[in-house]
Design a protein around this ligand. Structure first.
Ligand code: TXE
Length: 500
């Protein structure tokens, strides 16, 4: 039984004003050059929250020139690393103080539960800024023992102006994964938010200026992909591009980067991650973990464990219990306490998910639970479980990006490794077993950027994240993200007295 009616009728209007809806360029809030705005919607109702300045090519150009000046003339890249670190720590402190307002904006604009935003995501953003503030003064080169009468050292320098394009599923977390390491390394930034969720990045970037970030270091342009996004990816004065989004758009931005100035690109793209339940573990725990692996964040996770492979010996019990768990999932107004699942982001995603559900039914999978929208207002979908899913069905091959679990049966490890890997994606994977040999075999056999063993969705700032195959290029978070935002200069000095 889904929680319906009441939650959807008594909508809570957050007690917060939208103060920042313009573009943030050179430390100032400004209108778009065209004067255009676009609405950002409340996914609970489809109502307009605010009209936001719509940046396009001219605005991106203005933002890039501001970032260029802030990079070329300083002070940011020329400041001592310790001072940069201190400013980043002050940003983290100020964000922590405003945790609840920011979480409110995030829930309002995105539809994720307030409890998740306030208790998990915004604190993770704070932690990530502190983590990268810690790196700022620990980035340094090497002394290299080259052959010949030379003193050789490497300098690890910032790349310059960084363009960053982010999606809507974790608006502020994706912002942090990109902005944190880029700032720590001394770069300046033009960030384009997703058109569905422009609000939190503007609010937080304003806070960061109050914390002492110099003007021009972090510019935020709201707008659409083919206009603002494409202008950023093609700009000749952008030195590096980082993108998170769909694999299709990833290919587009990589092409734009190649056609313009060959700026290096990191990509974090789609996935169809397997979650493998072996026969030896506690079945109730397995059900719970597999459930949250796919339903977390309304199923809108690039790493969602959206193919649940279950060993044949425990398959029937697992399906029964997963169906029961999904039916109990509390869906409703994301501002309400105890709600586990809010609405999908927008009508496009909502329709796309319903089409996949229909295709699952038509292709012969067994619909165990859900399968339709919830209520008649907003973008709510009932948690949906399919059993008897075959590898070739669209619900087993495509990224649905919604609350849809596809359960597949397997017999042995070699088979499940082969099937789990038979996808163009390779972002993440999950394994549930108590057997060390089984865990090790799967951990080494799965071709994915992350293997979570007896856990899922662990996103600490220090843990690298990224994709094999068409799930992406490069790694974010941890020490690995620093290399995305640095370049190496070899400095070779002839020695007058080689003996010393
Ligand atoms: O993604 P896009 P959309 C997947 C998920 C979802 C599907 C479509 O399956 O259903 O993608 O979502 C910007 N030049 N993911 O349409 O288009 C766009 O404005 C430059 C997976 O939202 O990839 C936004 O800021 N930029 C995913 C960003 O790209 C362009 C997260 C992402 O939008 C552009 C989101 C262009 N031509 C969706 N076109 C993940 N990996 O987490 C669009 N953009």
């Amino acid at each position: 039984s889904f929680s319906t009616g009441a939650a959807l009728e008594e909508l809570i209007i957050p007690p917060i004003q939208i103060d920042h809806s313009q573009l943030l360029i050179n430390g100032q809030f400004v209108d778009a050059a065209s004067g255009k705005t676009f609405p950002t919607l409340d996914p609970r109702t489809g109502d307009v929250i605010a009209y936001v300045a719509e940046g396009e090519g001219e605005d991106v150009n203005r933002a890039v020139l501001a970032a260029r000046k802030a990079f070329d003339e300083g002070p940011w890249p020329k400041m001592t690393a310790y001072e940069r670190s201190r400013i980043m720590l002050r940003c983290a402190d100020l964000l922590e103080k405003h945790n609840d307002e920011v979480a409110t904006l995030e829930t309002w604009d995105n539809g994720k539960t307030y409890e998740q935003a306030a208790n998990a995501e915004i604190p993770m953003v704070v932690r990530l800024f502190r983590y990268y503030a810690g790196w700022a003064d620990k980035i340094h080169g090497l002394t290299v023992p080259a052959d010949g009468p030379y003193h050789v050292q490497t300098l690890h320098e910032p790349i310059g102006v960084v363009g960053q394009i982010i999606p809507w599923n974790f608006p502020l977390l994706m912002y942090a994964w990109k902005v944190g390491p880029a700032l720590a390394c001394g770069n300046t930034i033009v960030l384009k938010t997703a058109e569905q969720t422009p609000l939190s990045a503007l609010y937080v970037s304003k806070l960061f200026h109050e914390a002492g970030l110099p003007p021009g270091v972090l510019n935020v342009v709201s707008g659409f992909g083919p206009t603002a996004g494409a202008a950023l990816a093609s700009h000749m004065q952008v030195d590096k591009l980082a993108f998170t989004g769909s694999t299709a758009t990833g290919k587009v931005v990589l092409g734009l980067a190649a056609k313009s100035n060959l700026k290096p690109v990191t990509l974090e793209l789609g996935g169809k991650s397997p979650f493998i339940v072996c026969e030896d573990g506690d079945i109730d725990q397995a059900v719970e973990l597999a459930h949250s692996a796919v339903f977390f964040n309304q199923g809108q996770c690039c790493c969602a464990g959206s193919r649940t492979f279950v060993h044949e010996r425990v398959y029937d019990e697992f399906v029964e219990k997963s169906k029961a768990r999904a039916s109990k999932r509390v869906v409703g107004d994301p501002f309400k306490k105890g709600v586990e699942q809010g609405p999908q982001i927008d009508s496009d995603q909502f329709e796309k998910i319903l089409r996949y559900i229909k295709s699952g039914i038509e292709s012969g999978a067994i619909l165990e639970s859900g399968g339709e929208r919830l209520g008649s207002r907003g973008y709510y979908i009932k948690p949906t479980v399919f059993s008897n899913v075959q590898d070739s069905m669209l619900i087993a091959t495509d990224e649905i990006f919604g609350p849809v679990q596809s359960i597949l049966k397997f017999k042995d490890l070699d088979e499940v490794i082969r099937r789990a890997n038979a996808t163009p994606y390779g972002l993440a994977s999950g394994v549930f077993t108590r057997n060390l040999d089984t865990a090790n075999t799967l951990m080494r056999g799965l071709r994915a950027g992350t293997v979570w063993i007896n856990c899922f969705d662990v996103f600490d700032a220090a843990i690298p994240f990224g994709g094999y195959k068409m799930s992406g290029q490069g790694r974010e978070k941890g020490i690995y993200s620093l290399s995305n935002y640095l370049q190496v200069k070899a400095a070779v000095t002839a020695l007058k007295n080689p003996a010393w």
